[in-house]
Design a protein around this ligand. Structure first.
Ligand code: GDP
Length: 197
């Protein structure tokens, strides 16, 4: 898919203020620092569309970007801040879970996972919750340029095996790098395919 236009639409702290659900939308989520903003910028070819390295604990917002006047790319707040308070965490969960469960135009959630690490409980739990609730998701392993392909593949394999303890099938995955744009075209083409069907 060629990205012709990518524009910021809105930043919301409330579900009832989100743009009307008139376009298919794709949400990106992951632990803070997983490389979400960098990947969104790499996917769209806009260096500063999503703001990188937001301070943990800041107001949690849902950002909508309109792509090619045809679909929304949605930047969800990161989870797993080491320093956040319990009340912040609970508020995050309520807000995001409500969005994920209720957003009728949501086509797929892209769960970002750092390809350098062994499977992390928080990522596995989140995938489990999505699966249990019937929310379609795919896995996006980030920062592939930071280590060898063998190492990334080994971590992907471990993550998939961990999910197979719960699910009969593991969703599609992508290995990406915001630095080299590895994996960006396959991911965008997948969105294109879903939009066409
Ligand atoms: P976010 O908190 O998930 O939005 O993460 P950011 O996009 O702000 O990235 C966190 C840090 O990882 C920043 O220092 C980025 O430059 C770095 N980073 C993100 N993606 C990549 C990548 O694909 N390759 C490399 N080498 N660094 C990355």
């Amino acid at each position: 898919m060629v990205i012709k236009t990518a524009t910021f639409v809105s930043s919301n702290t409330r579900i009832d203020k989100l743009p009307a659900p008139e376009m298919p939308e794709y949400a990106f989520i992951g632990r803070s620092n997983v490389g979400k903003s960098s990947l969104i910028n790499a996917l769209t070819g806009r260096r500063h569309l999503a703001k990188t390295s937001q301070t943990p604990g800041k107001t949690q917002v849902i950002n909508h970007f309109l792509i090619n006047d045809a679909w929304y790319l949605v930047d969800l707040p990161g989870y797993g801040f080491a320093k956040t308070s319990k009340s912040n965490r609970v508020a995050w969960e309520k807000f995001i879970r409500r969005y994920l469960l209720q957003r009728e135009s949501l086509q797929c959630v892209f769960v970002l996972i750092d390809s350098r690490h062994d499977p992390q409980r928080i990522d596995l739990d989140f995938c489990y919750w999505l699966g249990e609730n019937g929310i379609p998701f795919m896995l996006v392993f980030t920062k592939a340029d930071k280590q060898t392909r063998t190492k990334s593949d080994a971590n992907i394999d471990k993550f998939r095996k961990a999910l197979l303890q719960w699910f009969e099938e593991v969703p599609q995955h992508f290995l990406t790098s915001a630095e080299t744009r590895m994996g960006c075209e396959p991911l965008l083409d997948t969105i294109d395919d879903i939009n066409r069907n």
